[in-house]
Design a protein around this ligand. Structure first.
Ligand code: CMP
Length: 140
């Protein structure tokens, strides 16, 4: 059975453009409940740890630089079928391929600066949520 939590980051491009509020509004209107949330800024080292799964990819160094370039918002979200439904809401990784009305289609500027992150599995949602939040920082 699919889990009911996912993890997201509003990335530096969207945060700097002042789109965090509009993006959170879309997330809430799509039925996701915010279970934990914080504004923070990653060091390049921490960005590297978060995206360690991509460390052999050609875009890894640029991704770490970009993800540590400014503030972000990290959040744990709750909804039935959270991982899949959130990926539908945000659209394809490359905004050029994202469906109309999706968060990336509306707010992303490139495949790297793609406005938001969404976990790709229940297992990674748990790992990524734990990367940012301890048990006392979550709504019960
Ligand atoms: P995200 O869903 O956070 O997961 C990995 C991130 O790496 C992705 O969003 C993009 O920001 C970035 N990314 C993925 N593919 C590429 C690519 N081909 N070129 C540059 N960045 C990429």
């Amino acid at each position: 059975m699919a889990g009911n939590r996912t993890f997201t980051m509003i990335k530096p491009d969207a945060f700097a453009a002042g789109n965090s509020g509009a993006i959170l509004k879309m997330i809430e209107e799509a039925g996701f409940k915010i279970v934990a949330m914080k504004a923070t800024q990653l060091s390049s080292e921490l960005a590297g740890k978060f995206y360690a799964v991509h460390k052999e990819r050609p875009f890894y160094a640029d991704l770490c630089k970009y993800m540590s370039s400014g503030p972000i918002i990290a959040a744990i979200l709750e909804k039935d079928n959270a991982v899949e439904d959130f990926r539908t809401l945000i659209g394809a990784t490359n905004p050029a391929n994202a469906a109309e009305g999706t968060i990336r289609k509306i707010f992303a500027t490139s495949i790297e600066a793609n406005a938001v992150h969404g976990s790709d599995s229940d297992e990674n949602a748990e790992i990524e949520g734990n990367f940012y939040f301890n048990q006392y920082e979550r709504v019960k």
